[in-house]
Design a binder for this molecule. Structure first.
Ligand SMILES: NC(=O)c1ccc[n+]([C@@H]2O[C@H](COP(=O)([O-])OP(=O)(O)OC[C@H]3O[C@@H](n4cnc5c(N)ncnc54)[C@H](OP(=O)(O)O)[C@@H]3O)[C@@H](O)[C@H]2O)c1
Length: 274
């Protein structure tokens, strides 16, 4: 598995497995299948309601803890310094782990203006050795800049919606310039129309690969961390089978041209749901 090095020298697998919208009943089989296939990074969150099942699948797998990279996130209602520390302990307990590899703020919810305090709790968890790395999700440049200005430890990761129809080039450049790794959520646009895009389909045909594999490759070759989700065993395998081909410079450029700033999720600056 190809890894990327976070700014604090921690190694993170570049391809992981996401479990949003994986119902409780599906979570143990899906994570079990992912671990059998070779995934070593699992992306969950308190709000996904499946931390317990993720932990169960990890224990059943027999994979050594230090070979795994487990991410979870503090939900919007738990923001604030003390609330975040409590929420973290709840997540840890549900996962049945004694540390997580990456702990993220799920959304900035800027209207409440609590993300700096929340991030300071993450810094404390890092100092206490309860997390290996800390970061954020859905942070725009201005939110990131505030953390860089007002906090001690810079975020290792910014996990944001990213796929060929939402390339996030400006944010990618800002993150790269500041040593923050960009991690793509909904990397397949939730299985949506980008998989039917003619450019993607033509490239896939040329390589004897599927559109999903081409898009995952595009993320990897852009140095993005990518966490596709699937509960379908054949797709869990398909999405991992991406290390035996390479997109050419022209193919990368053709996919880069598909960007049309189209989102599946809300704009982070407007997402204030609690
Ligand atoms: N931080 C955040 O705010 C945030 C927000 C959203 C997501 N995330 C994270 O990012 C992960 C991935 O994003 P996502 O779940 O939104 O979307 P995604 O990974 O882009 O797409 C998942 C959808 O695509 C389908 N799919 C998977 N592989 C496929 C393939 N090879 N061919 C065709 N269809 C395929 C899946 O169907 P089946 O499952 O039926 O196979 C599922 O419906 C999440 O699970 C979560 O961990 C984070």
């Amino acid at each position: 598995m190809k890894t990327v090095t976070l700014h604090n020298t921690i190694e993170m697998p570049q391809l992981g497995f996401g479990v949003w919208q994986v119902e409780e009943k599906d979570a143990v089989p899906a994570v079990t299948k992912a671990l059998e296939t070779g995934y070593r990074s699992i992306d969950t969150a308190a709000i996904y309601g499946n931390e317990k099942q993720v932990g169960e699948a990890i224990r059943k797998s027999g994979v050594a803890r230090d070979e795994l990279f487990i991410t979870t996130k503090v939900w919007n209602t738990d923001q604030g310094y003390e609330n975040t520390l409590k929420a973290f302990e709840t997540s840890l307990d549900k996962l049945g782990l004694d540390y997580v590899d990456l702990y993220l703020i799920h959304w900035p919810t800027p209207e409440y203006d609590e993300y700096v305090e929340t991030y300071k709790a993450l810094e404390q968890l890092k100092k206490d050795g309860k997390v290996k790395a800390i970061g954020v999700c859905n942070f725009d440049i201005d939110h990131l800049q505030r953390l860089l200005d007002e906090c001690e430890i810079k975020p290792a990761v910014n996990q944001v919606e990213c796929h060929p129809y939402l390339a996030q080039n400006e944010l990618k450049d800002f993150c790269r310039d500041n040593g923050i790794l960009l991690e793509a959520w909904s990397p397949l646009m939730q299985g949506g129309e980008v998989l039917k895009d003619n450019t993607v389909q033509d490239i896939a045909e040329k390589h004897g690969k599927t559109p999903a594999q081409v898009i995952i490759r595009w993320h990897l070759q852009n140095d993005t961390v990518v966490i596709p989700k699937s509960i379908t065993p054949s797709r869990i395998e398909e999405n991992f089978d991406v290390f035996d081909f390479e997109l050419s410079v022209d193919e990368m450029a053709a996919i880069n041209k598909l960007d049309r700033n189209e989102r599946k999720g809300p704009k982070p600056s407007e997402m204030n749901v609690r």
